[in-house]
Design a binder for this molecule. Structure first.
Ligand SMILES: Nc1nc2c(ncn2[C@@H]2O[C@H](COP(=O)(O)OP(=O)(O)O)[C@@H](O)[C@H]2O)c(=O)[nH]1
Ligand SMILES: [Mg+2]
Length: 174
């Protein structure tokens, strides 16, 4: 069976954990030492999609684009976004400024891909005390933005919600 391919982008400020999330998802690895991404790195992962209406499970090949981190989000080349059917926009729960920038990342991506599906990852949840997590998540639901489907508390370190966010995004791209 030949799988369909879909490009997705990881988007967010420098240091929020984009590269770490991909590494946890694709390679099942995490490193505390800084991972620098030079230019653009492309990873692939074959995902099984379970469909209740069809006996045959579908497969989708996720083509995951990771760009070198930058706080100058305006400077992200539109060619990086071009052709993407989905995006995971990442903020760091321990750095408020990166969360403030999520809206701009959403808007910049939708400018290029107005019909794409977006999930939000509020990452490094392992560094936050459990009782604060739901409260921190509340302002980042983006219910007024139709393309933003869901917000997850993630940890690239423990793996919390990492498979889930990629898997749910893949589901939306069939
Ligand atoms: N504790 C913790 N550290 C993380 C997590 N995700 C990333 N990091 C660390 O944050 C730093 C930046 O991660 P990186 O993936 O390079 O961020 P990027 O610039 O967005 O690609 C690295 O030192 C990672 O080890 C996480 O979920 N929890
Ligand atoms: Mg990176």
């Amino acid at each position: 069976m030949s799988a369909i391919s879909r490009k997705i982008c990881l988007i967010g400020d420098f240091g929020v954990g984009k590269t770490s999330l991909i590494r946890q998802y694709v390679d099942r690895q995490f490193s505390d030492t800084y991972l620098s991404t030079v230019g653009v790195k492309i990873s692939r992962k074959l995902v099984q999609i379970f469909n209740a209406e069809s006996p045959a499970n579908q497969e989708i090949q996720l083509i995951i684009w990771d760009i070198e981190g930058s706080n100058k989000f305006k400077s992200v080349a539109s060619s990086y976004f071009q052709g993407a059917k989905g995006a995971i926009i990442v903020g760091d729960l321990t750095q408020q400024e990166t969360l403030n920038h999520i809206t701009e990342h959403i808007d910049n991506f939708l400018l290029i891909n107005p019909h794409a599906s977006i999930f939000i990852a509020l990452n490094k949840s392992d560094l936050i005390e459990v009782e604060y997590l739901e409260k921190l998540k509340k302002p980042y639901q983006f219910e007024n933005k139709n393309q933003v489907l869901s917000t997850y508390l993630t940890s690239a370190k423990t793996g919390k919600n990492v498979d889930e966010i990629f898997q749910f995004l893949a589901h939306k791209l069939i």
